[in-house]
Design a protein around this ligand. Structure first.
Ligand SMILES: [Fe+2]
Ligand SMILES: [Fe+2]
Length: 138
């Protein structure tokens, strides 16, 4: 179970809300994992939540990148590269792996997502916070 912490907050409302949605998706994957028995076949649910995560992540990254362009954020390219690499990782998730070892697959995926998302928020996203707040974003 992932809990929103004050340190994740950038103080930019629209972005904080999207980060919370990403956290909720992480929690949904976690729930699937906790409630999954070895003989269960949750392929459809797992696939669905991964697709949702993929779509929401792309949407969120676009929101940030549009803000960067709009306000001439100088680290746009480096930041976008991190986004692009993560989307490439999500696209590389192979549905066949879900089928063979559902629990192991979910565990590994969740660990990778959580590690990446939180690290990105508290390091890379945090870097644009002051810049955007200074020019009046809320
Ligand atoms: Fe973000
Ligand atoms: Fe970002």
């Amino acid at each position: 179970m992932f809990i929103w912490k004050k340190e994740f907050e950038l103080g930019i409302k629209s972005i904080d809300e999207q980060h919370k949605c990403l956290l909720d998706l992480g929690n949904r994957i976690n729930e699937l994992l906790v409630n999954h028995d070895d003989d269960d076949d949750n392929y459809d649910e797992i696939y669905e939540v991964i697709e949702e995560l993929r779509a929401y992540t792309v949407y969120h990254f676009n929101t940030e990148e549009e803000l960067f362009l709009k306000y001439n954020y100088p680290e746009y390219h480096a930041h976008k590269k991190e986004h692009d690499d993560f989307v490439a990782f999500l696209k590389s998730v192979n549905p066949e792996d879900i089928d063979e070892n559902q629990k192991g697959f979910l565990k590994k995926l969740l660990a990778q997502i959580v590690q990446w998302v939180f690290k990105h928020i508290i390091t890379t996203d945090y870097m644009y916070k002051d810049y955007l707040l200074r020019i009046g974003m809320k």
